[in-house]
Design a protein around this ligand. Sequence first.
Ligand code: SAH
Length: 375
Amino acid sequence: MTSVSTKTNLLNLAPPQMAQFFVGLGEKRFRAEQMLKWIYHRQATSFSQMTDVGKDLRTRLEAVAELRPPTVRHEQISDDGTIKWVLEVAGGSAIETVFIPEANRGTLCVSSQVGCALNCSFCSTGKQGFNRNLSVAEIIGQVWVAAQRLGSVHRDTCLSQRRISNVVMMGMGEPLLNFDNVTAAMDLMRDDLGFGLANRRVTLSTAGLVPAIDALAERCDVSLAVSLHAPNDALREQLVPLNKKYPIHELLAACQRYQAKRPRSSITFEYTLMKGVNDHPEHARALVKLLRKLPSKLNLIPFNPFPGTEYQRSEPAVIEAFKQIVMQSGLIATVRRTRGDDIDAACGQLVGQVLDRTRRSRDHQAKLEARAHAA
Ligand code: SAH
């Protein structure tokens, strides 16, 4: 169990808050810049390493502050090179972070909440119930831990494979339900004093929280991904219950506003293909009609199974036929390659360990046990 600390965890502070912190200590603002560089560029783990910070200040920092990223409980490497970390966070719950190396980039998939409250019918994270939002330190700390670990594993791979070039907020949780902490962490990902990633290399994925999409357009310039999964409300309501609150036409209108406000950022629609559920050519044609007016990309995700699910992955030929219909309309469609499924690190397979679970997860657990007895 991680102990509770009263010290200020400096990984919780985005650049303006770091400046305030040092001003509060009676120090000059440039100390904030120095500290951010030590944390994110040199990956310092203790104040004693900070040789250009005077001994007096270091002693004062020891008393009031700490550098506390989440701790690694497990690290698993998939046959395809994907790495999954199970990270322990305050309170004893665990979250998951996944690194996906490719020839020309390395993508880190980051969690935003312990569990998820949205309960999409085809996602295993939702079946765990919801515990709490992650802090800024726990979100940016996932990037920090991955960057540090990638320096120590995969020594034999070339640097471009080792480095984190992209971050996607596509791990556990709904990032827009943890708006303030997620946006502050995304600031640190993009700030030159932080990880220095270009705006378009940071992607936030949402199940479609309309007011928060508008707030995001005001707040920061990142790439947006929207989990659509169905071309009509009746079907989408079954898959993404949030659709009852924000139906498709309202969601697409919010996407249009996002694009008007952030013309350089692209919108990707995610569509998980489930056998006999949403993979018919009719669905593809309806989708084309829906997205015709919105410059966007479609990312088709073959469904990833998990214990207790009633859904199955669509056949490869069906996925290809779906893609062709979309492409013929002039839209760009890609099929997301399944990565890390041998270590349960693929989309929708991240469960972590959600303590203080809600009733939903107990219901799911009971269903699994009943099935096991019946078998
Ligand atoms: N809550 C956010 C972030 C999660 S991103 C969102 O909904 O966008 C994870 C992506 O994987 C989402 O598009 C999600 O719908 C999709 N997904 C969830 N479960 C899946 C599964 N079992 N197989 C394939 N994709 C899945």
